[in-house]
Design a binder for this molecule. Structure first.
Ligand SMILES: [Fe+2]
Length: 274
């Protein structure tokens, strides 16, 4: 069973470029086309936050139209660039925990349980998990006991070494509380995060946490402690998570654009091509 993850779409109002430079709408349209072209196709697409750039109704309206051609159902998480009320206004069917405050929900996706967690803390860029969200997560995890579970959330719960992004990461107290809950539930197969606009993995609380690249612009790789905040237009990509019963979740990074190939390693007789 395949689940795709895309992230950090940063959709602007129609005709506007992100940071005056990035056509995020065209980037998402390309990503949707690439997802639709996959064979076999993923059964679901999880979108791990920063759906829009400034959380306006105009941006969510454009986002909805750009996602319309997607051949498979999608599930939304919020990031620090999102606005819950505007999102709900345009996507009235978005699930939430029922408490009215946060966009977080639990759902069965085939053999897997998906828990979408709301780590946004507007107007801050950093992430936070308050007592209410942690209590909800504890109940959600209790309900998934024994079943392989994915937790999707925008802010990764680990430092990446990209200093300006770590400065707006999940706050340490929230990460510690999350670690306690996750460590008590060994059925948590993976934490699927966004925010970093890069593919990064780290061990976390007995499981693996990873971040998904952006469909548009990527954060510049700079591991110096005083590296400036900057983005690069490296090739856009996304993740395909392949659930393999008996083994677990195996994840691949997939480039959105086409490149030369594929070429055979062997000639028709089976000999290795020198
Ligand atoms: Fe982002």
């Amino acid at each position: 069973m395949l689940i795709a993850q895309i992230s950090d779409l940063h959709i602007k109002p129609p005709g506007r470029l992100a940071y005056g430079r990035v056509d995020t709408a065209t980037a998402l349209a390309r990503t949707v086309a690439a997802l639709n072209a996959l064979r076999p196709r993923p059964e679901w697409v999880v979108i791990s936050g920063d759906l829009t750039d400034s959380g306006s109704v105009a941006e969510y309206t454009l986002l909805k139209s750009l996602l319309e051609p997607l051949a498979m159902p999608y599930r939304l998480a919020v990031g620090n660039h999102d606005c819950r009320d505007a999102l709900r206004a345009v996507f009235p069917d978005v699930q939430d925990s029922g408490d009215g405050d946060f966009i977080q929900y639990r759902e069965t996706l085939g053999a897997l349980e998906l828990i979408v967690l709301d780590s946004a803390a507007p107007p801050a860029s950093g992430g936070h998990l308050c007592t209410a969200r942690l209590a909800w997560l504890e109940r959600a995890l209790a309900a998934t006991a024994g079943r392989p579970t994915l937790i999707a959330m925008h802010h990764p719960p680990f430092d990446t070494g990209i200093a300006h992004m770590d400065a707006i990461g999940l706050d340490p107290a929230s990460a510690a509380a999350l670690a306690t809950l996750v460590a008590a539930h060994p059925n948590v197969e993976r934490l699927l995060c966004g925010h970093l606009h890069r593919p990064i993995q780290a061990r976390f609380a007995g499981t693996l946490a990873q971040t998904c690249p952006s469909s548009a612009h990527q954060v510049a790789l700079d591991l110096s402690p005083d590296g400036p905040s900057a983005f690069v237009l490296e090739p856009a990509s996304f993740l395909i998570h392949n659930w393999r019963p008996g083994q677990g979740l195996v994840s691949h990074q997939v480039m959105v654009d086409d490149f030369a190939g594929p070429y055979p390693f062997f000639d028709p007789s089976g000999r290795l091509i020198p």
